[in-house]
Design a protein around this ligand. Structure first.
Ligand SMILES: *Cc1c(COP(=O)(O)O)cnc(C)c1O
Length: 431
């Protein structure tokens, strides 16, 4: 049954009262806006809020370091600490649940861009005939730089090796069939397809499974950057057949600025000794690691791609955060609330702001997560000016050059009242 919404504050209050996840908001620290009140924080797509439990997890490891010194590597100490020498193992199961993977396919390590490089070292192996990489024209700059420099690393120029697919003239969104057609067109020469799961600028969700199928049919490897997808939309990485994926944990995974990133390698590539891989001691067999032999025996999981021992203080917050995801029952319940918040904000945009603000994000729920990319079209107003006025009024959004205000109601901590307040403030600014 379609929900009945109206534009009154009472409607927002009713939706919050009926929301089974409403109490989760109390588990996060709410920033205070310039007016001294709790901010309407709609920028979890850029930096997720701090789960209260993070402090406990970090302090427990600090305490353990103080008490145990080097023995903290191996000793099973009091909860919620975890032995540092296998700290990554404390995250695999919960992270795998969030991305729809087997635990052995997922590891937390490095930063997102570092992981893209490490994975391309394995999965971008250009030959004389097959050397092209397909990306989207306005890829997130770091992804573009990573791909272009990989291509140059293999003594090719970006001009000859990069295939960049654009939206059609005058449009903002990519057409999946254009991507699939480009994959087929460059088929024999295509070595790798690297695309986002959710586009950072428009919020568009790309059809993972269809794109994986197209890439594999062309004989190419395929990887996804899931920075804006993880913790936002349900994913089925294992079943999608994608070869590899990488994501950061500070956006929808709420693990703090620069927190350690995630990566996925499909089961079919695990335990292979014929793969080219940059190696470090944390990727070799745990049973023999400390015998200090110089023979590399890859761990039969994605952990083989690890180089260094895990940075415990930037991984402890991820444990606190993933516990929150587990407690709410995973991405299913979160997405159910998210879809309701999306529909509610659609309704308010239609009823209150029509003709003054337009969303470039796809309308269909299958093609978007919780992000809205808004353009101010009201005559006499600049997008940047509106963005600054929102900020001054205690509504945190983010600005993306040249003309987009991004907002993301996050079901873990944003209320329906937040959404109502955002629309009310925006209406005031544009009146
Ligand atoms: C946020 C984001 C990044 C950031 O990369 P880091 O290596 O974490 O600094 C890269 N790519 C995309 C698509 C992003 O959204």
């Amino acid at each position: 049954m379609p929900e009945q919404y109206d534009t009154t504050y009472a409607c927002a209050e009713r939706l919050d009262a009926e929301d089974p996840l409403a109490h989760m908001r109390d588990e996060f620290v709410m920033p205070v806006g310039p007016n001294g009140e709790a901010e309407v924080y709609l920028v979890g797509n850029s930096l997720g809020l701090q789960p209260r439990a993070v402090r406990t997890y970090i302090e427990a490891e600090l305490d353990k370091w103080g008490r145990l010194g080097v023995k903290g590597h191996t000793e099973v100490d009091r909860e919620p600490t975890f032995p540092w020498e296998s700290y990554e193992e404390s995250l695999n199961h919960q992270m795998a649940a969030v991305v729809g993977a087997e635990p052995e396919e997922v590891v937390v390590m490095n930063g997102l861009t570092v992981n893209l490089h490490l994975l391309m070292t394995t999965f971008y192996r250009p030959t004389q005939e097959r050397f092209k990489v397909l990306i989207e024209e306005h890829a997130f700059p770091s992804d573009h730089f990573a791909v272009a420099s990989q291509v140059r690393h293999h003594d090719r120029s970006a001009e000859e090796a990069l295939v960049a697919v654009s939206p059609r003239p005058g449009e903002d969104l990519l057409h999946a069939e254009d991507l699939i057609a480009a994959i087929a067109e460059h088929g024999d020469q295509l070595a790798l397809v690297l695309l986002p799961g959710v586009h950072y600028y428009t919020g568009q969700v790309l059809p993972l499974t269809d794109l994986v199928y197209a890439a594999h049919r062309a004989g190419a490897m395929v990887g996804f950057d899931l920075a804006h997808a993880v913790g936002n939309i349900p994913l089925g990485l294992h079943d999608s057949g994608v070869d590899f994926a990488a994501w950061c944990t500070y956006k929808y995974l709420n693990s703090g600025p620069g927190a350690t990133a995630g990566c996925f390698v499909n089961q079919r590539h695990l335990g292979r000794t014929d793969l080219n891989r940059f190696e470090g001691w944390w990727g070799t067999d745990k049973a023999t690691r400390f015998q200090m032999e110089t023979v590399f025996n890859p761990i039969p999981t994605v952990e083989a791609w690890q180089l260094s021992n895990p940075p415990v203080f930037s991984m402890a917050p991820i444990r606190a955060s993933l516990e929150v995801f587990e407690r709410v029952g995973g991405m299913g319940p979160l997405r159910r609330k998210s879809e309701q918040q999306i529909a509610y904000l659609d309704h308010l945009l239609d009823e209150v702001l029509k003709g003054r603000v337009e969303s470039i994000t796809p309308r269909s729920l299958t093609e978007r997560g919780c992000q809205f990319s808004l353009r101010v079209v009201a005559p006499g107003h600049s997008g940047r000016g509106v963005f600054d006025a929102l900020d001054a009024a205690g509504v945190a959004c983010d600005w993306r050059h040249p003309d987009v205000i991004r907002i993301a109601p996050v079901p873990l901590y944003n209320s329906f009242a937040d959404i109502h307040r955002f629309v009310q403030v925006l209406d005031g600014i544009l009146s």
